[in-house]
Ligand binder design. Structure first.
Ligand code: ZN
Ligand code: ZN
Length: 423
């Protein structure tokens, strides 16, 4: 007997315009989940052997690359490694040539981590701090949002296509006179769950007439090959609103990887904070944080954003010399030393003069304490090395490791010197 699908195809290719958007989304998700198995579907086998792009053009269904499943197998552990499910926290110690000592806590930085994905989390504040010196050079800030119409969104499901679109938008903006910019993708909208990439771009800019915005929209639509594409634009002139806008655009939007597990895998390692305008970012600050007023002061509450910004750039906030980040250590050690908290998981270790003269009993107690600390360090370093091995993919963890306290005597020495004075 001839199978039904041989005589009558069970699957028809519809032009995109005839497929209801919701159905399109469901199909896309199904195709992604089933991955290569889609190719066995009756009626799709022939078209699937064509290039992925042409199949996608016809059906609106996105086909993941051939090695998709291998890719998932390689990195699925990466998805699960988030700060909220590890038992031990770590920090890295650092020092400048001037002898100022610092510590920074380690975070996974993933948007779907319940720690790192929160507003004003250390990961979020570090992104704000990274671009703070740049937005402080803007006397007036223009804020563009380039959205992707639903019918072309499926084309932008790879790192390459999104990076390339980012570069094209940068060229477009340069042709309109915006020579330097900061850009970052948001993956989801306010309500989440539906892949909805939109590019946020900060430029030097103020009021622009509607006719100019229409020209930018038309150029963008042409870039995408569609008749209409939306571009939002706002501008900010007060330091508070500029800082708030930076905070908004650097926030996490991909709060649950189950919203789009294909994309959670695909986005690994994507460089999402892009600065454009080489050599144009050397201007003196146009404003200072002391000019942030009113409700926007909440952005600065409880943190020293300038010190964080300095340390993010590996520069000592005290003397301005380069800071060298050295060893990964268990967070428990940091509790033993006096420190000043800058916020975003950054600390300055407070220096203390060694006690002048101690009795034999106290010295003996301290010697025993030092021995215990050395033992703890060795065990913890071993554990740290194991955890680091499993996390080696994560950007935040590609850092040198301490091998053992015995091999790095200065480490034990540091912990020793940092102990509170015996009384
Ligand atoms: Zn995290
Ligand atoms: Zn210094």
């Amino acid at each position: 007997m001839v199978p039904a699908h041989k005589s009558e195809p069970a699957f028809y290719l519809l032009p995109l315009s005839e497929v209801p958007p919701r159905l399109l989304t469901i199909c896309r998700h199904l195709a992604e989940r089933l991955s290569r198995r889609c190719l066995d579907w009756p009626g799709l086998a022939d078209t699937a052997s064509e290039s992925t792009a042409s199949t996608t053009e016809k059906t609106g269904i996105f086909f993941p690359p051939d090695n998709y499943l291998d890719h998932i197998a390689n990195v699925s552990s990466w998805l699960a490694w988030t700060c909220d499910n590890v038992s031990t926290r770590y920090f890295i110690s650092g020092e400048c040539a001037g002898g100022h000592r610092f510590a920074k806590e380690l975070y996974c930085g993933k948007e779907w981590c319940s720690v790192c994905g929160a507003d004003r989390s250390p990961a979020h504040l570090r992104r704000v701090a990274r671009w703070l010196p740049k937005i402080m050079q803007m006397s007036s800030m223009g804020y563009f949002i380039f959205t992707l119409p639903l019918q072309v969104r499926y084309r932008y499901r790879t790192q390459e296509s999104l990076a390339s679109l980012g570069r094209d938008i940068d060229k477009l903006l340069k042709s309109f006179g915006y020579l330097r910019s900061l850009r970052r993708w948001h993956w989801f909208g306010e309500t989440g769950e539906e892949y909805h990439p939109h590019l946020n771009v900060l430029v030097d800019g103020g009021f622009i007439p509607l006719s100019k915005l229409d020209e930018i929209k038309a150029a963008y639509a042409q870039l995408l090959g569609v008749s209409v594409a939306d571009v939002n634009y706002h501008y900010r002139t007060s330091p508070g609103r500029m800082l708030h806008t930076l905070s908004y655009m650097t926030r996490a939007t991909f709060l649950d990887y189950h919203w789009d597990d294909y994309w959670a895998h695909e986005v690994k390692g994507f460089r999402n904070m892009v600065v454009s305008g080489r050599g144009l970012w050397q201007m003196p600050p146009a404003w200072t944080l002391s000019q942030v007023e009113g409700k926007y002061q909440a952005e600065l509450e409880g943190i020293d954003l300038e010190a964080i910004a300095s340390l993010v750039q590996k520069k000592c906030p005290v003397c301005g010399q380069p800071v060298v980040w050295k060893q990964v250590l268990p967070f428990g050690l940091l509790k033993l030393v006096d420190k000043e908290c800058y916020g975003a998981g950054y600390y300055r270790i407070v220096e203390r003069a060694p006690p002048a003269r101690l009795s034999w009993t106290i010295r003996e107690r301290l010697r025993i304490l030092k021995e215990k600390t050395d033992i703890m360090l060795r065990a913890s370093s071993q554990e740290a090395r194991l955890i680091e091995k499993q996390r080696h993919d994560s950007v935040f963890y590609q850092l040198p490791l301490v091998t053992s306290a015995a091999e790095t005597p200065e480490l034990a020495e540091d912990a020793w010197q940092g102990l509170p004075e015996a009384s």
